[in-house]
Design a protein around this ligand. Sequence first.
Ligand code: SF4
Length: 340
Amino acid sequence: MLTKAQITDWVEQIGEKKYRAGQIYEWLWQKSAHSFEEMSNLSKSLRELMEKTFVILPITIDKVQKSVDGTIKTRFKLHDGHLIESVLIPVPRDNRYTVCVSTQVGCSLTCKFCATGKMKRVRNLEAAEIYDQVVLVNRQAEEIFDHPLTNIVYMGMGEPLLAYKSVLKSVEHITSPEGLHMSPKRITVSTAGIAKAILRLAEDEVKFNLALSLHAADDDKRNEIMPINESNNLEVLMKAIKEFYRTTKNRISFEYILLQGVNDDIEDAKKLAKLCAHFPVRVNIIEYNPIEDGVFIKTAIAKMDAFANYLIDQGIVVTVRRSRGKDIDAACGQLANKDN
Ligand code: SF4
């Protein structure tokens, strides 16, 4: 992947005017051109030379599923044939149009409730492949809802902090004036909890928000459903996030999927409330979207409300998210895992 400085160097080396670099960059990063042929404001000879020198590895839309609730899931095919997915979640009453992007093909972590966790990790996505998901879904949002994306969450297939460089580089392009020029405050990167990488984010003084996929508030339960907890326990994670907050002051949230009989008792809520005392944090309680193995069942609405209300009574900021796209394969990894 070429930076603007590298493109500028190349353009100068071949004796072209410097402003050509800006045009090429715009074609690649704002218009997401799939071929050099499309770059109509460049001369034919320059396009031909680029064709011989570089290669564009575009992602293409492979399948789109639309839910009755407006959620749109898109499966993308990568240049090497692998499949990934992004989800567009529109909430018109709040003027909120969020895309959830993937960062890896498959995933090496094996969270028990996740369809992607059942696929092996194949490779990390390139920054450009993450960026292209955002550009293409942004187009979808504009075409279908007449509104651009307002928020980006890195919560799709894969563990973003294991694709660290690609994630940071893609954020750089999304926020750059020559890219999509979105505010980093509108971007949330989620992690299943890799303490070292969270500390690295703090060191790198990133400007985006951080979400921890918590899903259980004690080590025994978390080890059970998220094996990554065995090497990154809650104490270590809380320390790392505390440091992240101390350095960046960026917004932190805990994601908590309620699973019936697993993590949905008031006792669990009490433990969760204690974890919230370490730093300012909001909690997103999420209704489970079952995957095909049928191991976990979603918590009933009344119990979800009781769980959320307990936290609210403790003064914690809580959002309850009903699951979206129930009539499509909207749980992470479900669509990419399908044969057709
Ligand atoms: S929840 Fe995220 S980190 Fe866990 S297995 Fe699924 S994709 Fe990987």
